[in-house]
Design a protein around this ligand. Sequence first.
Ligand SMILES: Cc1cc2nc3c(=O)[nH]c(=O)nc-3n(C[C@H](O)[C@H](O)[C@@H](O)COP(=O)(O)OP(=O)(O)OC[C@H]3O[C@@H](n4cnc5c(N)ncnc54)[C@H](O)[C@@H]3O)c2cc1C
Length: 277
Amino acid sequence: MIPYNFEYYQPVTALEAVRLFHDLALQGKEPLYYAGGTEIITMGRIHLLQPRAVIDIKRIPECNTLAVHDQKLVLGSALSLSQLHDVRAFPLLGEAAAGVADRTSRNKITLGGNICSNLMYREVVLPLLLTDSEVRVAGPAGWKQVSIHQVFNGQLRLEKGEFLVQSITDSSYIRMPYASVKKRKVSAIGYPLVTIAAIQTNSMIRVAFSGVCAFPFRSPIMEDLLNRREIPLKLRIEQALVHLPAPTLDDINGSAAYREWVLKNTLLETIRSLGGE
Ligand SMILES: Cc1cc2nc3c(=O)[nH]c(=O)nc-3n(C[C@H](O)[C@H](O)[C@@H](O)COP(=O)(O)OP(=O)(O)OC[C@H]3O[C@@H](n4cnc5c(N)ncnc54)[C@H](O)[C@@H]3O)c2cc1C
């Protein structure tokens, strides 16, 4: 049960959604965009969130796009993680999506909801970072299409009233060899101790991480060190890990020392699998 009342809106255009957000915010209703609702409902049930209005974006056609235009794959932010996995349009993204939660939850959890999640893992963003994808955002100032690197820095930095509509990925990246590895504390379902996603481009291996620090990231300096093939791989990994962008997570799922051990071994396994020794 959700222990408070709230208004529920289902706009059918992005413009209507943005206008609703503006009007509801003026009325002090602290509106939230609502996608799968799994996080909003979970947090609402335990009083960590209490919006007085939610704006469901799932009926907006652009949020449900799954198409290739001009050699670019366009994915709507309201596609569920199950859909992303099942259609195999972007295999690495599908695998990253399949590592989140359980199938029943993934039928609800959306691409946009995972990337905009208040939970720190946001694992589904890793393939978008690796492929220099772009995102389309709708907001009070209209639409904008920008590189994910411009708006994602640990989390998606949106202006008030903006929401994620689509991701756009160059098809050439989607065909590249890839690896996706998620290590958990015990079972096949759970938050990551370490998640690594990687692709092999023509010139180098690109790597992105979740579960290692308090936010998902891709680091140019780490990638540069990991690709110096004149140096033995184990040494490259040691050198790269000096440049983690923040302290290693140390929590109930795993101590920092354990995570670092898992990270080293997982990186070794991932880079070898892509022929990067
Ligand atoms: C059982 C379970 C296990 C999980 N395990 C993992 C895990 O291992 N790894 C992991 O990465 N995550 C995990 N999660 C977290 C999960 O992926 C997200 O928190 C997901 O639940 C939110 O997706 P949603 O579509 O339901 O979003 P919602 O609950 O609808 O929204 C979540 C937040 O995102 C905002 N939002 C949603 N869509 C948009 C949009 N298009 N534009 C702007 N803001 C938006 C909302 O306003 C809200 O603040 C788990 C969740 C569950 C329930």
